[in-house]
Write a protein that binds this ligand. Structure first.
Ligand code: UDP
Length: 356
């Protein structure tokens, strides 16, 4: 039986891992999950394991609230111990967080085949901690599962054709999750009753380039306050952003709620008028649920959404935000184009993993 160790630690990784874990069970691949502890609140972590029926982590590292270096270093040390003991056939990492980096380094230095899911993404913005993780993790991986053609092109531009690595375009596992969990969300979520709004916009803000720059954050909130005068805005707010808003005394006139579980998020996205976010995952989820998205960043890894007119990059500029809002208020788009594999990404990846 093939034995895989999966490293997760942050909210989007739980959602991605849910899709592959289910496929591993179907194919008889043994998976043990390491939860680094990077996200640890009930509503940033436990709720996803419960709702999405992700196997409970076998190893809980409880490492959080440190600087990037300290966090990654401690995770590396602990993951190495686990890998030395477990000697798995492969280590699986997702996306672009400190947990990804620590898992990737630990595995590759022990010569354990390293599998990166959501490989090849680039923003070409080296100030993003995520971009550094993506580049380094891709370079030391043995299997790169890419969600899009752009991701494959990015790797080719960096010379990956010459490296001993297998590159596979499998699609986006987040679309698998959106498709699989929507019926469950419809049954279980009560969020629409709780917010009690017929028409609303849903938003999120947590990217470091926005939260760590008081002027960017002020500009964004000013733009969002204006939009909220026309259509009410609901923002499940990341705990870090909530703290910074309080510290900086920035007033939000729109509805702030605590982070919600995935089922609630699906329902908020499925029924909204528009999405405004700096999240990577939510830009795609807007598209999965047939919604336009204004992205509060200067660039995106998901360029196909912008190229097809589904997404506009507004950065932290309130004027651009307003212009994009006015356009999307009336725009109708056909969202039926297949950009992300139509829900087969985890199955494809798991079959490759079974047979490597
Ligand atoms: N999400 C959620 N509840 C929230 C906010 C986000 O379930 O209150 C989900 C969202 O639907 C998406 C994932 O978390 O699937 C995205 O995570 P995040 O925005 O934290 O990270 P990113 O995608 O930017 O790496």
């Amino acid at each position: 039986m093939k034995r895989i160790i999966t490293i997760v630690g942050a909210r989007p990784q739980f959602i991605k891992a849910a899709t592959l874990s289910r496929q591993f069970q179907l194919l008889g691949i043994e998976e043990k999950i390491v939860h680094t502890g990077q996200h640890f609140d009930i509503n940033m972590s436990d709720v996803f394991f419960d709702e999405m029926e992700i196997p409970r982590p076998v190893f809980q590292l409880d490492i959080h609230g440190l600087t990037h270096g300290a966090m990654t270093g401690r995770m590396l040390e602990e993951i190495e111990k686990i890998l030395l003991k477990e000697k798995p056939d492969g280590v699986l990492v997702y996306g672009d967080t400190n947990s990804t980096m620590a898992g990737a380094l630990a595995a590759s230095k022990l010569h354990i085949p390293l599998i990166h899911v959501e490989a090849g993404l680039r923003s070409y913005n080296m100030e993003m901690p995520e971009e550094i993780t993506r580049i380094l993790t891709d370079r030391i991986s043995n299997f790169l599962f890419c969600p899009t053609d752009t991701a494959i092109k990015n790797l080719k531009k960096e010379g990956f054709d010459y490296f001993p690595v297998k590159i596979i375009k499998n699609g986006d596992v987040m679309q698998d999750a959106a498709i699989y969990y929507t019926a469950k969300a419809e049954k279980k979520s009560n969020i629409l009753n709780q917010i009690g709004l017929d028409k609303y916009i849903v938003g999120t803000i947590h990217r470091q380039e926005n939260t760590d720059s008081p002027s960017n954050l002020r500009n964004i909130i000013a733009g969002l306050n204006e939009i909220n005068n026309q259509i009410p805005l609901v923002v499940p707010i990341h705990p870090r952003t909530r703290n910074i808003l309080a510290q900086q005394n920035i007033q939000c006139e729109f509805k702030l709620i605590d982070p919600v579980g995935y089922f609630d998020m699906i329902m908020l996205l499925k029924n909204c008028e528009l999405v405004v976010t700096d999240s990577g995952g939510i830009q795609k989820e807007a598209f999965f649920f047939g919604k336009h998205c204004i992205t509060l960043r200067e660039e995106t890894e998901w360029v196909e959404l912008v190229e097809n007119g589904f997404n506009i990059l507004a950065g932290s500029n309130p004027e651009k935000l307003k212009t994009a809002f006015e356009l999307f208020k009336t725009k109708k788009s056909d969202f039926s184009i297949d950009l992300y594999g139509e829900g087969k990404a985890a199955e494809k990846a798991a079959l490759e993993i079974l047979n490597f």
